[in-house]
Design a protein around this ligand. Structure first.
Ligand SMILES: Cc1cc2nc3c(=O)[nH]c(=O)nc-3n(C[C@H](O)[C@H](O)[C@H](O)COP(=O)(O)OP(=O)(O)OC[C@H]3O[C@@H](n4cnc5c(N)ncnc54)[C@H](O)[C@@H]3O)c2cc1C
Ligand SMILES: *[C@@H]1O[C@H](CO)[C@@H](O)[C@H](O)[C@H]1NC(C)=O
Ligand SMILES: *[C@@H]1O[C@H](CO)[C@@H](O)[C@H](O)[C@H]1NC(C)=O
Length: 349
């Protein structure tokens, strides 16, 4: 047998977990995977985005390279999560009705090609007729989509990774290159560290939401005239409902604002079909504040070749769409590794 080699994956958010699991299916017999992270599922930290996500899938129309790349990754993730939802009920994924109401739709919503690019692949997509739209809404659609209980899904992915032979290590790296010294014979480090701090293109988008006990059966998103978004996302497996949410670029405040909570809930009670028994009142579990790890132009996905045949494979900066594109990103990252001879060509399932 060849000299044993360890592939180190940095980051145990949805991107690192998906990528580690995808790599695991393509290892040669002499390779193994070590997942290294400062935070793992069940840890709570403002700089660990994944457990704070809603999360649901809402296609984003357009025709920029970033939109098209993400649309393709989101499409593969949708198909993948369909299989997971059917085969692994403990994963915390459910397919439900998705509804969108836009008060001030951007130009791409009136371009049929832009819409087709992203909505053609979701089940049961249809535009709502004018007489189906609530007052004030200019554009609406309905389709089948998934909602995910993000902390449950991350814990599930980690459990699967470990059962299949993956190793883990809780560790804070001071420098990415330090990862090459964490195990014997590390040739490849995969950088799924989310937000980071060395990349001038990276920035955060603060999100404040509120987790409530009130159930709702669909995920509904409404864009307000002022450009703000209101949404409700039921979390499968009795996880409550997420009411959101703000998108505040470069805003670092770690504390929830009571004023924002009050306005989020007031909007939700106006627009979303909670049971009449609740009388417009919400039973709050907690406020949530998270930081979406965004990046100018979208994710950095590339293989950086260092001296001595070492490689860093970058996959970070998923912004507000980490769950939506997770499996596509994982496949593309494994694909880049394959092209560079860092993984074995044939999938071992
Ligand atoms: C309020 C809110 C709502 C959202 N809703 C949605 C949604 O509906 N749909 C959707 O798809 N997405 C949503 N998102 C976005 C989603 O949460 C992110 O895109 C996703 O979690 C990013 O995953 P990641 O793995 O890249 O980063 P993270 O989850 O942040 O993980 C980063 C990992 O890297 C590790 N790490 C970082 N630095 C170091 C270091 N120096 N040493 C060791 N380890 C390190 C961390 O410990 C962690 O394990 C939402 C986000 C927020 C905040
Ligand atoms: C790894 O990713 C982070 C983003 O999380 C980035 O800031 C950093 O520059 C990357 N590391 C290296 C060595 O490029
Ligand atoms: C609530 O809705 C109004 C529009 O009716 C909007 O201006 C405001 O930004 C929304 N508030 C929040 C916190 O989303």
């Amino acid at each position: 047998m060849a000299n044993p080699e360890t592939i180190v994956v940095i980051g145990a958010g949805v991107i690192g977990l998906s990528t580690a699991s995808c790599i695991q299916q393509r290892l040669s017999p002499s390779q193994s995977v070590l997942l290294v992270a400062r935070e793992f599922p069940s840890d709570e930290s403002i700089n660990y985005a994944s457990p704070w996500a809603g999360a649901h899938y809402r296609p984003v129309p357009g025709s920029s390279p970033q939109v098209l790349r993400e649309a393709n990754q989101a499409e593969r993730t949708y198909q993948y999560l369909k299989r997971v939802a059917a085969d692994e009920p403990a994963a915390g994924i459910k397919f439900v009705k998705g509804v969108e109401y836009l008060e001030a739709p951007p130009a791409e919503y009136s371009d049929p090609q832009s819409l087709r690019n992203v909505y053609a692949s979701v089940d049961g997509f249809r535009l709502l007729a004018r007489d189906e739209l609530p007052v004030g809404v200019k554009w609406g659609t309905e389709y089948g989509t998934w909602v995910i209980n993000s902390p449950v899904y991350c814990a599930h992915m980690l459990r699967k990774f470990i059962v299949r032979g993956g190793q883990t290590k809780k560790y804070t790296l001071a420098n990415m290159k330090e990862a090459f010294s964490l195990a014997q014979n590390v040739r490849t480090v995969v950088n799924c560290s989310g937000m980071g701090f060395e990349d001038p293109e990276s920035f955060i988008i603060r999100g404040q939401t509120c987790l409530v006990r009130n159930p709702v059966s669909a995920t509904i998103t409404r864009q307000n005239t002022d450009g703000s978004w209101s949404f409700c996302i039921p979390r499968p497996l009795d996880g409550g409902t997420i009411i959101g949410g703000t998108k505040q670029s470069h805003e670092w405040d770690p504390n929830p604002s009571l004023d924002i909570r009050t306005r989020l809930l007031a909007n939700a009670s106006k627009w979303f079909p909670f049971a009449p028994e609740s009388g417009g009142q919400f039973d709050v579990i907690r406020d949530i504040v998270g930081r979406r790890p965004a990046r100018q132009g979208g994710m950095r996905m590339e293989v950086e070749k260092l001296a001595d045949g070492k490689n860093i494979v970058h996959a970070y900066g998923a912004g507000g769409r980490g769950f939506e594109i997770s499996w596509g990103v994982a496949e593309d990252t494994a694909g880049m590794m394959l092209e560079n001879g860092l993984l074995q060509a044939r999938a071992v399932l």
